[in-house]
Ligand binder design. Sequence first.
Ligand code: PHE
Length: 344
Amino acid sequence: MKHNLAEIEARILHEISEASTNDELERVRIKYLGKKGEISALLKHIGNLSPEQRPELGAAVNTLRNKVTHRIAQRKDELDTQALEESLRRDTIDVSLPGEVFEVGGLHPLTKSLREIISILSSMGFTVYESREAETDEMNFVKLNVPHGHPARDMQETFYLTDNALMRTHTSPGQIRGMLAMDGRLPVRFIVPGRVYRRDQTDASHHPVFHQVEGLAIHVDVTVKQLRGVISALMNRFFGQEVTVRLRPSYFPFTEPSCEVDISCVFCKGDGCSVCGGSGYLEVAGAGMVHPQVLRNGGYDPDEVSGFAFGFGLDRLAMLKHGIDDIRLLYGNDKRFLSQFRGI
Ligand code: PHE
């Protein structure tokens, strides 16, 4: 029997060494160590032996089983290492091949300008209120003192979605929605940036979609002086200290008094050039003191509080800042144009 075991051991170890894949090795394992395997059969056989014979043979078969188990694990390591080395040899990487080129993107000049304006105005306590682009006629016009049939609608008729819904023509309806969201609390100090839509002709300075940054401040005793202060600080920080601000009387139905905001021309510094049409000034916003009825429409009592509002043309600001002479460039998605702003 002992002699037999040595022979069996030699045969098994030989078969293990001969196994050249993990599958083959597994077959060998099952053949000997599996439930119906030869070694398992030997172990069972021991049960039939006489008590004197049992210990010696039992120990021998156990030793054999341990040896085989150990050798199979060892062979598996060898095969794995071989397979790895082979795949490394096969899957070589040619490091001299040209790599894939990933273009570096950048922020759009409008996004950059808006972020700058938000950062300046937030340092003065303004938060950002994001209103909606599709508006009701009520919010876009009526609540801003522009009833049906009012002549101010002519300048701003836009894209109607239904009889009562339209793409907003300005960010001013955000004044009403923002006020209502404040629920009568003070102070009110927020801006409403975003896209607006007008059925304009398209040329170097007009586009049916453009951007505004609305501003609204309400508190007890808010004055024109504060409006001027905030606008001047914004313009000076955005364009530079040499820029001066002029408020020119104007008319908007939702402010009283109303004005246009002009800045000294950033190109000729006020001497007069082709960009400013010789006037030395550039119009950048509409503004004014919030009309009492608009305050009421937003849930505020005009006898107790006052406010100012402004609406900047963001595209205009970005164009002046970067010397862009055609608004259509901002909407053309031409990488030759956009890539110029990557690093700025
Ligand atoms: N909503 C006006 C426009 O689009 C601008 C404006 C905003 C004027 C706020 C006064 C106050 O022309």
